[in-house]
Design a binder for this molecule. Sequence first.
Ligand SMILES: *Cc1c(COP(=O)(O)O)cnc(C)c1O
Length: 393
Amino acid sequence: MSDVKRGREFLHTPGPTNIPDRILNAMHQPAVDFTALPFVEMTRSCFEDIKHVFQTQGPVFMYAANGHGAWEAAMSNTLSPGDHILVPETGNFSMKWGMMAESLDLVIEHLPGDWRHGIDPDAVEQHLRDDDEGRIKAVLMVHVDTASGVISSVQAIRRAMDNAKHGALFMVDTIASLATVEFQMDDWGVDVALAASQKGLMCPPGIGFTACSDKAMHATQSARLPRNYWDWRERMTDAQYIRFCGTAPIHMLYGLREALDMLAEEGFAQVVARHHRLASAIRAAVDVWCSQGGMAYNALIPEQRSNSITAIRVPTGYNAEEVRTVARERYQVAMGGGLEQLKGDVFRIGHMGDLNEPMVLGALAGIEAALQYLDVPHGRGGVVAAIDYLTGT
Ligand SMILES: *Cc1c(COP(=O)(O)O)cnc(C)c1O
């Protein structure tokens, strides 16, 4: 096989995701004076329209940052040194967010999990009921944990907090769920929702978002964690240089404007339905691969398998990193690998953003070829099952 590769490499990493040509073209512009009116107007429209994506009336702040920046922004704006926070474990991303909290002088109360199940609302409720002194100031939930492929119910955790009559802030990491699955910040009672540009929003990495409820905006007045770049209070202005704490990420904003237009054209309900359809096609294939025993979904409960990313375990004695390497180098399908305790045990198919049926079928075919090439025990015919699903036959 020649080292020269032709055609497109299929990108199925769970972030970054495919950037549509429309967005790339929208970004292909000379730099502009970001304080001149046309650009100021465009920026204002982005701040307005991103609210629809979060389904919130409250303010959304944008940072020249990735998701980790949004994590820090959410906490540093609302909490004080020594505050306790509740961190239910769903996978590597919940763990890493918690570790960042610790480095900011927050005290973690951990709800252990096995990375194969969503958050147990009863455990959250019980833990909050036991906190009769109100030590816990925030609950940190990862909606779709991209490391495990598990989705947890935001509404169920909100109910658990309400049942416990607990006043903690409810923070939700929607980095891998925004614009892929339903999310309704205001109706679901979320206080801080955070996201990043390079997943469902189809943009390059480079913008981090925090969306804030009244309660979160209120908390920021008394929060004592040191902050400067992240400070919401500074950024509550139309003045371009101040709302971005420096130079605006001009080209990212051109891209975001196009992404918002594309999402609105398709319609949010349709975006969610498309992700559901394509994820279901992938699961139809994975069902077949797993039918021999050996291979298995990482997420044990079918309803907790997310429409954003699917994590698949290889049989004992096989190396998921090999599957990933062969899929990428030989069949040109790039996937995610297992993180931390899942390294070598799982490969992860990202299915967020700008995708359609033949892209998904092509990726499944490349992955199935890699399984066959490496002689990994699996049921054959996954791609056929995906076609059967998509055609309803
Ligand atoms: C990708 C991701 C992150 C990290 O985002 P970065 O932009 O890489 O910092 C955090 N949480 C979840 C759920 C993610 O999917």
